[in-house]
Design a protein. Structure first.
Length: 55
């Protein structure tokens, strides 16, 4: 895809929608907070400090 990536709708709202075009109402909104850790992984880092270890 050539050109700039489109700005998120939230940013356009904060800037006042300078283009006066219709805003995207169907844009997905990410959930608040951190997502849960995938099954099979613990939250404790490895002893050597390189990421998470599998259970």
């Amino acid at each position: 895809m050539a050109g700039r990536k489109p700005k998120p709708t939230a940013v356009k709202k904060l800037e006042g929608n300078p283009g006066k075009r219709k805003l995207n109402t169907k844009e997905p909104n990410p959930g608040k907070g951190m997502p849960d850790c995938p099954a099979g992984y613990c939250r404790k880092p490895r002893q050597n400090g390189s990421g998470y270890r599998k259970n």
